[in-house]
Write a protein that binds this ligand. Structure first.
Ligand SMILES: *Cc1c(COP(=O)(O)O)cnc(C)c1O
Length: 361
């Protein structure tokens, strides 16, 4: 290939995204606790909608997503004209970077934050700016101190991953109020449904003109394989994002399955309650055997070991027991393992295997 053929600046700086492992060599039916998936899967009503969609596959899908947008708006009390749907919340993140960042602009995110923020920033030639956290928790002052006249986007997952920690309304309000005038605060609510009573930033969106939220069907809705997410924000910003959204970005199957899923809030409430119960149980069981974790508000815990060597050895032991958890060295936490909260039996298996590991040392 000719040397003259080169990608845009920034692209070659992107490290390929590695998802959670799903197989262990030589082990059948390993239990995957590495991607924060809902162990119960989606609502049965979503599965029925998925199957029904086979009858209309010869038709192009809706371009305006009216059915899904209205369902989301009804359930959350939103203005349907300000909801935008995408191929996972990843696509909403991509739209935000395409529309508001680019060469000579800064995209800010936290030290242990989601890898997609860096990838999406580099993909549009923007400068990724990583801000330290304090004890694995978002530090609002550090984010504000990192903002400059070049800052266009500030991404914050709340609760955050892989830490599981979150900051409260007062801190969020202080962050939104302190940003420079040209910057948008993007609150990634991938785990918002796991936090009882949390509005995912909605009040802040209504109060200010510089806040957007992203949400997903991949976590509590149990539809990671379907790829649907959405965003909500000021009308002017959503209008901009819709200009770069492909007219047929979501299939009929995606739209109808997600709509049935969001309408079944009983399923979501059951999953939320079960997750909270077993998250607390697992965190306590691990703490008792000398594996601490920060209080998590999401569907995983970040187990801390004495050092990288112990975390890696524990991961290898778990693999021999058919348990796959997430190494998070790529998130600058090499001494930790992120463990998704599965069902009761999975949590008991993980606790048993880690306690076995601790006794062997
Ligand atoms: C899992 C996750 C998402 C979801 O991404 P999708 O593209 O909607 O599957 C978004 N943000 C964070 C922080 C996540 O952990």
């Amino acid at each position: 290939m000719s040397d003259a053929i080169r990608p845009q600046p920034g692209i070659l700086d992107i490290a390929l995204y590695e998802g959670g492992k799903s197989h262990v060599a030589g082990i059948q039916n390993a239990l995957k606790l590495s991607s924060n998936e809902n162990p119960f899967g989606p609502s049965p009503k979503a599965k029925e909608a998925f199957l029904r969609s086979v009858h209309t596959l010869h038709r192009y899908p809706s371009t305006d997503h009216a059915g899904l947008r209205h369902a989301i708006a009804e359930v959350h009390g939103l203005d349907p004209t300000r909801v935008i749907c995408g191929v996972g919340s990843d696509e909403i993140i991509t739209f935000l970077c395409q529309a508001y960042a680019g060469p000579h602009t800064d995209v800010v995110f936290t030290e242990h934050g989601f890898l997609m923020y860096r990838i999406s920033a580099l993909a549009v030639g923007a400068n990724p700016v990583e801000v330290p956290e304090r004890e694995r928790t978002t530090d609002v002052d550090a984010i504000l101190a990192a903002c400059t006249p070049h800052t266009r986007l500030v991404f914050l997952a709340n609760p955050n991953t892989p830490t599981g920690t979150m900051i409260g309304q007062a801190d969020l309000a202080r962050l939104a109020a302190g940003l420079p005038a040209q910057a948008i605060l993007v609150l990634d609510g991938a785990y918002a449904e796991y936090v009882p009573g949390y509005d995912a930033g909605l009040a802040l969106i209504e109060e200010r003109g510089n806040v957007v939220m992203t949400r997903t069907f991949s976590k509590i809705y149990g539809l990671g394989g379907l790829r649907v997410g959405w965003g909500y924000g000021p009308k002017a910003i959503i209008d901009v994002l819709n200009r770069i959204r492909g007219p047929f970005n979501l299939s009929t199957t995606q739209l109808e399955t997600a709509e049935a899923a969001v309408r079944d809030q009983d399923h979501i409430a059951r999953c939320r309650a079960d997750n909270a119960r077993w998250r607390i149980w697992l965190a306590e069981a691990l703490a008792e055997i000398g594996v601490p974790s920060d209080t998590s508000m999401a569907n995983f815990i970040l187990a801390r070991f004495s050092d990288t060597e112990e975390a890696e050895a524990c991961d290898l032991h778990l693999q021999t027991q058919g348990l796959i958890v997430r190494r998070v060295a790529g998130y600058k936490l090499p001494h930790c393992l992120r463990i998704t909260i599965g069902d009761e039996a999975s949590c008991r298996r993980v606790a048993h295997a880690i306690s076995q590991f601790k006794r062997m040392r």
